[in-house]
Design a protein around this ligand. Sequence first.
Ligand code: ADP
Length: 259
Amino acid sequence: MKSDKKRKKKHYIIKQIKQQQIQDLKRAAKYRREFLGNVSHELKTPIFNIQGYVHTLLDGALNDDNVNIKYLQRTSKSIDRLIAIIDDLDSISRLESDELKLEKTSWDILELMSEIFETFEVKTKKKNIELILPKRKRSIMVYADRNQISQVLYNLVSNAIKYGREGGFVKGIIKNNETNIILTIQDDGIGIEKQNIPRLFERFYRVDKGRSREEGGTGLGLAIVKHILEVHEEQISVESTKNTGTKFSFSIKKTIINE
Ligand code: ADP
């Protein structure tokens, strides 16, 4: 009698596990379908633009000095867009593959921050945005994959400039805790309405599609950021006020010094 009860219980548990597995597979299939749909949708716009301009040029516009250079420039912009999307998709697939191994080493976060800020000097000059680095001079050693964290910082600073204010600022702030640091990238730009914040890290999600495309965005930057921080087992948070500005903050573990 007792063993019959046990058998029934075991049977029930196996059934539950199977149901859970079926649900997981269904969810994964739905997610794959949506992702493929999004990718082809994103690729279509630049490809159709290129097709349109090339056909128009071949149909005679090539000899029209009023438009030929303009059409070629637009073609070139669409090609840049395609490359940006493919690069970001490549980053995501590498992050998702099981082969990805984090190469954690010990390095100075302040040095990386100034390297990243430097790469944006031309862009910020164009928009008259002031880049403000943390004041501290002494190095702060962290233990993480430098290339990956460099991509996180690059994407966050790039967004802060893209969605920043003409004549505004982009500020890097470091909070030095005992075992970790909290790094914040702050801007005084367009900000994000509260209801949009939970969806920011979804692939291809943009608050304002037009503005993102205009600025050369792919809608994948923050998805990549989240992914990298997840594999590092670190956290990211967002604080934002519409028309006032945005702060993205994330943690990184410090190097442990054994004395
Ligand atoms: P995108 O390539 O469109 O910039 P991201 O994944 O990097 O894609 O960001 C998703 C969306 O989040 C952006 O389209 C933008 O609407 C919003 N966003 C990201 N960073 C900021 C910021 N600093 N200020 C305002 N909005 C931002």
